[in-house]
Design a binder for this molecule. Structure first.
Ligand code: PAF
Length: 294
């Protein structure tokens, strides 16, 4: 058990690049000690830090993965451009007491002859999946591989990617994976902007315009609070707010069941997810709020 520090003890963080070494670390941890896992694509920010801190509090060892997964990007998407800063990511992980930073290469994860994919049907082709075909197949496939390699007791995801969290929960239940999924609240910056690695692409003016996502969600919450139950009316008001921002273009605004991603024509009698994707100056941003309507 020499690689596993006991809680609170300062240890040097390992940077592991091979699947064999990562699995080796995890099998040493298997004797009743809990591994908390935070899968990421790097460019770590305060949202990731909130996940790492929760993992640190609740587990004996914390593993963070940084892997920019080519499978979840479409051909015209930002795979090549996606922010990469190993030194900053490693510094953050070290400061947060992470035990292992797992950074495999694409060749390591998808060796020659790779042919197996995971598809969570019915939840992957709506909302973000409609404008990003194949995205959730890529996410589910890599997350299952990472779970098998890291063997976590609990894996932590952010609520900003609500559809991703729902897809992963479904996959975990359907495939009887021995992993608990915890979803932590969205961390917001000034004006309510949801923190995202892609915010790094935004100029100052675009950051200002990007606040229309949060403003439209606040408006949705206000309307519901005032008694509105018709999804169409709520979406209409949100759309009006977005169209007031010259650089913003709505991809979708949807109100769905947060577990199944099925569209809700009217809300009430439980939780609903109000989710939207908007391009601001060509940068695709997502945000959401879950409302509990009795
Ligand atoms: O949310 C992300 O950063 C990615 O989609 C994930 C879960 C690490 C899979 O590549």
């Amino acid at each position: 058990m020499k690689h596993l520090p006991s809680r609170g003890k300062k240890q040097t963080m390992k940077v592991i690049r091979s699947i064999k070494a990562m699995s080796g670390f995890s099998s040493e941890a298997a004797a009743g000690r809990k591994i908390g896992f935070v899968p990421t694509m790097g460019a770590l920010h305060a949202g990731h830090v909130s996940l790492i801190r929760k993992a640190r509090r609740d587990n004996d060892a914390v593993v963070v993965s940084v892997f920019i997964n080519p499978l979840q990007f479409g051909p015209s998407e930002d795979f090549r451009r996606y922010p990469r800063d190993h030194a900053s990511d490693a510094g953050i992980c070290r400061a947060e007491g992470v035990d292992v930073l797992f950074c495999p290469s694409a060749q390591e994860m998808y060796g020659p002859g790779f042919r197996t994919f995971v598809e969570v049907k019915g939840m992957s082709d709506v909302l973000c999946g409609r404008s990003r075909p194949g995205h959730f197949r890529g996410v589910a496939t890599v997350v299952l591989k990472l779970f098998n390699i890291v063997s976590p007791r609990t894996a932590y995801f952010g609520a900003k990617d609500a559809q991703q969290a729902a897809v992963i929960k479904r996959m975990t239940a359907d495939l009887n994976l021995p992993v608990r999924i915890e979803v932590l609240p969205i961390v917001r910056g000034p004006g309510g902007i949801a923190l995202s690695s892609r915010n790094a692409y935004l100029g100052d003016n675009q950051k200002e315009q990007a606040l229309c996502l949060f403003r439209s969600l606040r408006e949705a919450a206000r309307l519901v609070e005032a008694g509105e139950r018709r999804s169409s009316r709520i979406k209409e008001s949100m759309r009006r707010i977005i169209s007031g921002c010259p650089q913003a273009e709505t991809d979708y605004i949807e109100i769905v069941d947060p577990r199944t991603m099925k569209t809700l024509k009217s809300i009430g009698g439980g939780k609903c997810l109000v989710a939207l994707a908007v391009r601001v100056g060509g940068i695709r941003l997502i945000d959401n709020v879950t409302l509990d309507v009795k």
